[in-house]
Design a protein around this ligand. Structure first.
Ligand code: FCB
Length: 477
């Protein structure tokens, strides 16, 4: 169904010129374990924080859980065949920690590792490069019970788990991502509580963010020790943050949110320090006493690439005394110390998540990382949109999603022309899946999933993306 405020349909793209990407550009699609696998209690897997959270009434829309999800665990062969049909050059998936190391400590679960071995072998046999993410939010529940990410020991547990996976899959996986979006794990998981484990404490969220990054640094070292030739990186979700107006208070609000959303992670990971202004903003929340000597050196262990997930832009304004925050950012807030900053909507077209569509923001984001932080190769490890889809005569003509991809790929190309060493792009998502607190009510897939029958239908955007991959670029329409 077309949203009245949605971007132009394909026919309106007629005058856009063809674009070619650099040779060898890595075209992919992404998913995550808990969002697609199902088989939550099979093969020795034990609960993660997302099993507990989704089974807690009131946490996920309509009480949806990932128990079955897309049943990918049982449909691996057919799903990889579908990827091959679309011509994907790479597939970004995540390993479920409680599937390969039930409980989060001790030896590996051979049955869990076998599932990923089969997945990787199947990908390789179709010429699809596996891109493995070690942590896409599914912390084993016993580690949460022992303190979760606010506890320092969780970082060491993550490094041990990394070694198990590297030993088992390192001979066949070249590209490794440690964490997916530590901002979400820390500030939605422990700040607003909108994500698992659903705790709400600003200081704990800041500690969680630090220990996630410490776990990342330890995992990079573990990977280097186990597999010296691996290409290792991390994925962060970044937003341009604009002030709503020129007033100094609005500009300051943007500085604060940029600190929490972007620089909280970029600076430690790529510069080895926390920004001084961010630490000052957080002074009422934490004294950063959890940061020990040597942590920032570990966190900034050199990488081979950086993954950027991009969806939208934040526009913010100074607090208005007594005003209610926007419902999406309802208290308790995911912005500790800056809870009263207002998030402003500009009235531009939005997706079904209510996220504003802002392709130029991708150019800005990629240029910023390259120009201010690093010369490393960059990858867009996620980009995509949810829209309400309708199946008509066995087809899904998702023109809005297709237009979103088109606009953002043009932005990615513009970034390359501006000198950004962008080496690949992963569409989020290969298929519709469990969209966290939104359950199955939001569809991001290029492939439609009927959750009753598990039938997959490639949408128009999937067919279009296959053609983009085949041409290594965008055709003149
Ligand atoms: C990102 C997540 C991914 C998916 C998309 C829509 O924040 O990494 O799992 O939920 O958003």
């Amino acid at each position: 169904m077309s949203n009245p405020a949605s971007p132009p349909a394909v026919g309106v793209l007629d005058d856009r010129p063809p674009l070619t990407f650099p040779p060898g550009f890595l075209w992919g699609a992404a998913t995550a374990a808990y969002q697609i696998e199902g088989a939550a209690a099979e093969g020795g897997r034990t609960p993660s924080i997302w099993d507990t959270f989704s089974h807690t009434p009131g946490r996920v829309v309509e009480g949806h859980t990932g128990d079955v999800a897309c049943d990918h665990y049982h449909r691996l062969g057919a799903d990889v065949a579908l990827m091959a049909e679309l011509g994907l050059k790479s597939y970004r998936f995540s390993v479920s920690w409680p599937r390969v190391q039930p409980g989060g400590t001790g030896p590996a679960n051979a049955e869990g590792l076998d599932f990923y071995r089969r997945l990787v072998d199947e990908l390789l046999s179709h010429g699809i490069e596996p891109w493995l993410t070690l942590y896409h939010w599914d912390l084993p529940q016993p580690l949460e019970d022992a303190g979760g990410w606010p506890a320092r020991d969780t970082a060491a547990r993550f490094a041990d788990y990394t070694t198990l996976v590297a030993d088992a899959l390192g001979d066949r996986v070249r590209y490794w991502t440690t964490l997916n979006e530590p901002w979400c794990s820390a500030f939605l998981g422990y700040g607003s509580g909108a994500h698992a484990p659903g705790r709400s404490d600003g200081a704990e969220a800041v500690r969680a963010g630090h220990h996630l990054m410490l776990g990342h640094g330890l995992a990079v070292r573990a990977l280097r020790a186990a597999r010296p030739t691996a290409e290792v990186g991390v994925t962060v979700n970044l937003y341009p943050v604009d002030p709503a107006g020129d007033a100094p208070a609005d500009v300051d609000a943007a500085r604060r949110i940029d600190g929490l959303a972007n620089r909280f992670f970029l600076d430690p990971l790529l510069r080895g320090s926390y920004p001084a202004d961010l630490m000052a903003d957080l002074a009422g929340v934490t004294d950063f006493g959890h940061v020990r000597d040597g942590d920032l050196a570990t966190i900034s262990t050199p990488l081979d690439m950086v993954g950027v997930n991009y969806y939208s832009r934040h526009v913010v304004a100074a607090p208005v005394p007594g005003a209610e925050p926007e419902p999406y950012w309802r208290a308790p807030s995911c912005w500790p110390g800056s809870e009263d900053v207002r998030f402003v909507t500009r009235g531009v077209p939005v997706t079904d998540m209510n996220w504003e569509i802002d392709a130029p923001g991708l150019v800005e984001t990629l240029r910023r990382v390259h120009e201010q932080y690093t010369d490393l190769p960059l990858y867009v490890t996620e980009n995509g949109s949810a829209f309400v889809d309708e199946v008509v005569d066995g087809q899904v003509d998702d023109v809005d999603r297709l237009a979103y991809f088109d606009a953002h790929l043009r932005a990615a190309h513009e970034a390359i022309e501006a000198g950004v060493p962008l080496r690949g792009y992963f569409a989020w998502s290969l298929m519709d899946n469990f969209e966290w607190a939104w359950g199955y009510t939001k569809r991001f897939g290029m492939v439609h999933v009927d959750y009753d029958s598990q039938v997959r239908i490639p949408k128009s955007s999937a067919r279009w993306y296959a053609e983009v991959i085949r041409r290594n670029g965008l055709a003149a329409q």
